[in-house]
Design a protein around this ligand. Sequence first.
Ligand code: GLN
Length: 446
Amino acid sequence: TNEAFSRIEKLDGDVQAFLALDKDNALKRAEELETIPAEERGPLFGLPIGVKDNIVTEGIETTCASKILKGFIPIYDATVVKKLRDAGMITVGKLNMDEFAMGSSNENSAFKTTKNPWNLNHVPGGSSGASAASVAAGEVPFSLGSDTGGSIRQPAAYCGVVGMKPTYGRVSRYGLVAYASSLDQIGPITRNVYDNALLLEAIAGVDPNDSTSADVPVPNYASSLNGDIKGLRVAVPKEFLGEGVSEEVRQSIYSALEVLKGLGATVEEVSLPHSKYALAAYYILASSEASSNLSRFDGIRYGFRAEGVKNLMELYKETRAQGFGEEVKLRIMLGTYSLSAGTYDAYYKKAQQVRTLIKEDYDKVFENYDVIVGPTAPTAAFKIGDNIDDPMTMYANDILTIPINLAGVPAISIPCGFHEGLPLGLQIIGKHFDEETIYRAAYAYE
Ligand code: GLN
């Protein structure tokens, strides 16, 4: 823990990953843990971790990188934070993100833009950009992120670390500030696959406080990592290597597939025909859910409240006008529109139908294959400022991660090479609740 704080002191002026540090409490807790006898210590005991700022932490300000939550100090810990504590881990601070997890670059944070540690002129990805950057910079060995449409995997790819989005329902969302509740999942970001498996095991499992958490046994993931993937059936969707994916990314995937073949896996091309509708469906569904979820920020219950207003209605309006950033407002408007009488059938309902078709594409492929493999993102990390005025390019960046959230299946991003000094990511997608096979494949490749 001391080492984490000294790395943060040395590097965070450049990387800008942390929004809040909890040094005194963390060091105190580290000291308390020393009294626990060796035989009661698990594999993660005493290790420091950073937590994305949309996961509530008792007594530590939680802002979702939004002005509207400035000053909000939660009175309870998210289930995952409680589980980290039970595992003997030490939360050192809260990590920057795109406001309310809306974004792909950390440029939508109301407070600062986190930098990619491999090249400070480039974005770390988003929205869990700082969760990935802090691990890549060696500030912390572990972090938690959240993934609604790629927010764990894309930053993991951009920063050259390992990020897992578990199956929807695998990890409790109790205490995760909701963006799009039917898509959101918390997951681990680490330096290697083994660490990742340990951390998922620690945070996974059914939770009475989250009715969407699933009562499915949590395997001991790390124990099945033996490097043996002989006979593993790997599917490569042709839609994942087509238009919009850069040549260097394509080449890195072809090399990765050779490695998997060399390890005894069979590799075949498949099709996920509805992939091309995923982006449009996602932005309607995610924005719709967000417009409803974010209605709770009214200036009464949490954080910031506008001053100098004449009545209650003005208080709501002014608080939200001053508190939310541009991207958040854009999505609230888009979502409210999609859910309105008169547009609901044409947009929201249609997007839900598309979602079902996408899920069925995945179910079908998984009848004959163990994992689906492809790139995590179409390019390496782009330059800060390059896409900020072009929402379509920014949104298109998530084209390879979004369908996985719509289908609800788990997927990991692991490093697979570099382009001009910036890391590239390999995405391995698995069946519902089969994170185990993903980890086995990822570990063998790594
Ligand atoms: N970039 C996507 C969005 O802005 C995904 C973000 C996420 O997964 N939280 O919605």
